[in-house]
Design a binder for this molecule. Structure first.
Ligand code: HSE
Length: 303
């Protein structure tokens, strides 16, 4: 196995998981991308971070991108003697927009690209499986890798799978990003081990409806984004986010908690429209609201 000469660069999208009823299984890619670059060196380790996380994340072997790279090199059979890694982060951290999945997907992708013939040694399915193992659930890493709207899960034998589904081009998103973070671990800790059968049944129906709504029935999005499995349980950790979801939904806007929160995502009709501008105007004080396109591409190499 040999490493390629010169740096490789990858851009990885933000993602929004769950989308209401699809806890741990539905997610989509948003056109907001971290850019990561890595190069094999004769020796040493250099990690540089700009943007979100600069001055906060570790710049050593504990860096999440680097951990994902190490796991991938292990899988490929050889670690490089030295590495340089540069991360230009534009995805906010710990807000429910898939920053950790972007880091993991960026890491596995970079490592594979740094190995000559890496794509033959580790195919996309193996890369997804590795990324989902590192993240623990597949609903962010799958769209970060594949782009668009993706249904994902884990088989009884532990293998992760992902199936892309269609997104009507009329559908866009507005994200409302609060100033304070919420860790996914803390948000997951609020979910009970068991839920009433009626709630599970309601979510199964809504998740199925959401696949149809996103692929061409946007008028069904409000009903299709109802959730009974995670959002209310998490309300104590992000009351303002849930209040915004409630207020938007009361006005007929299909709004959900993005991933584990605390960002709120509202389905809209794309940047630049009057309806989207009206949604942006509902941004709470101190929050950041952005209209984003649903990105049909996942991680891409930049040449
Ligand atoms: N499905 C995960 C959760 C997404 O809600 O905990 C975390 O990004």
């Amino acid at each position: 196995m040999t490493f390629v000469a010169g740096p490789v660069r990858v851009r990885v999208p933000a993602t929004s998981a769950n989308l209401g009823p699809g806890f741990d299984t539905l997610g989509l890619a948003l056109d907001l991308r971290d850019e990561l670059e890595a190069e094999v060196l004769p020796d040493g380790l250099v990690v540089e971070v700009t943007g979100y996380g600069a001055g906060e994340v570790p710049l050593d072997e504990d860096h999440l991108v680097l951990r994902a790279m190490r796991a991938t090199f292990d899988r490929l059979g050889k670690q490089p003697t030295g590495l340089r890694l540069t991360c230009a982060n534009v995805i906010p951290h710990a807000r429910g927009l898939g920053s950790s999945s972007a880091a993991i997907v960026g890491g596995v992708w970079l490592a594979r690209e740094l190995v000559a013939g890496g794509r033959l040694l580790l195919d996309d399915a193996a890369l997804l499986d590795l990324a989902a193992q590192l993240e623990g659930h597949p609903d962010n890493v799958a769209p970060a890798l594949l782009g668009g709207f993706v249904i994902s899960g884990q088989d009884a034998d532990g293998a992760f799978w992902a199936v892309p589904a269609g997104v009507d081009p009329r559908i866009g998103a507005v994200v409302f990003i609060p100033p304070s973070p919420l860790s996914t671990e803390a948000a997951r800790g609020l979910i009970p081990a068991a839920v009433p059968h009626a709630d599970a049944a309601a979510n199964a129906g809504r998740a199925a409806l959401l696949v149809a709504a996103l692929s061409g029935r946007p008028e069904e999005l409000l009903r299709a984004t109802e959730d009974r499995l995670h959002q209310d349980y998490r309300r104590p950790a992000m009351p303002t986010s849930l209040a915004l979801v409630d207020a938007l939904r009361a006005d007929g806007v299909p709004a959900v908690v993005s991933g584990a929160g605390p960002t709120v995502l509202a389905f809209a009709d794309g940047p630049g429209t009057a309806a989207t501008d009206a949604l942006l105007a509902r941004c709470p004080d101190g929050w950041d609201a952005r209209a984003l396109v649903i990105s049909s591409t996942g991680a891409v190499v930049v040449h």
